[in-house]
Design a protein around this ligand. Structure first.
Ligand SMILES: C[S@@+](CC[C@H](N)C(=O)[O-])C[C@H]1O[C@@H](n2cnc3c(N)ncnc32)[C@H](O)[C@@H]1O
Length: 219
């Protein structure tokens, strides 16, 4: 993967053990809360037979779920080969390996080779990336209809928790860092790019935003 130390650290942090744990949790309990809220927002748009571009897709929960009623193709982008491997195993198991394309690497490096899609998702990914604005710009420009993402809430206890985690990583020599980015600044960039906010939901520590590309409202 041709990228910085932070991206290499992402590959290490999201390794095989974490991928297996995420799969086990999904099998036992279904989608996590942020993913569930994101699915709700997407399904409210009542799209069918469309393509999903899932950035930092992890073990692929969003596409596994949306193949039930919303999408007929998916592109799964992730910096972790272990997560891609688990997602691929699930696709093989369900006989839809032909319907999903996988791109491995840093999404910003891969931006030019990513297709556009009616739905673009970033579930708990923007907080993994230092340069949120570039990440949001290169991914939102791929969204024909829905752009949805989850980010940690900008609250003191969330910042404290993430700050402590980052401090522990620094001590251990781990280059990965998590970030709390401002939802107002994200909103301003998306507004400037022609997106309209459809809704915001959340949990105590996470917010899930759904936007629509205003061009899709005209057609
Ligand atoms: C916290 S996990 C979330 C996984 C999944 N979206 C979910 O919510 O279950 C973050 C994911 O984003 C991926 N990721 C982080 N930074 C990335 C980047 N710059 N490019 C591509 N993938 C990235 C990680 O490898 C990891 O799979």
């Amino acid at each position: 993967m041709s990228c910085c130390a932070h991206c290499d650290a992402t590959e290490i942090l999201f390794g095989p053990e974490k991928a297996s744990r995420d799969l086990k949790r999904y099998m036992q309990k279904g989608p996590d809360k942020t993913t569930e809220l994101m699915l709700k927002g997407i399904r409210n748009a009542k799209l069918a037979n469309v393509r999903l571009l899932d950035i930092g897709g992890g073990i692929g929960v969003l596409h596994h779920e949306l193949f039930k009623d919303t999408i007929n193709r998916a592109v799964h982008v992730d910096a972790s080969s272990a997560f891609i491997c688990i997602a691929q195993e699930q696709d093989l198991k369900h006989g839809r390996e032909e319907l999903v394309d996988y791109l491995h690497g840093d999404v910003v490096d891969l931006a030019e080779s990513m297709p556009s899609a009616q739905i673009v998702t970033l579930d708990r990914v923007i907080c993994c990336y230092p340069d949120w604005e570039t990440l949001v710009r290169v991914t939102a420009e791929k969204a024909d209809t829905i752009y949805t993402f989850s980010i940690p809430r900008d609250r003191w206890f969330v910042r404290l928790f993430i700050g402590i985690e980052n401090m522990i990583r620094r001590v251990k020599g781990d280059a990965f860092r998590a970030f709390v980015h401002s939802s107002e600044k994200l909103d301003s960039v998306l507004g400037e790019m022609g997106f309209k906010k459809l809704g915001a939901k959340g949990t105590l520590s996470w917010e899930v935003f759904t936007y629509t590309n205003k061009n899709s409202l005209r057609s």
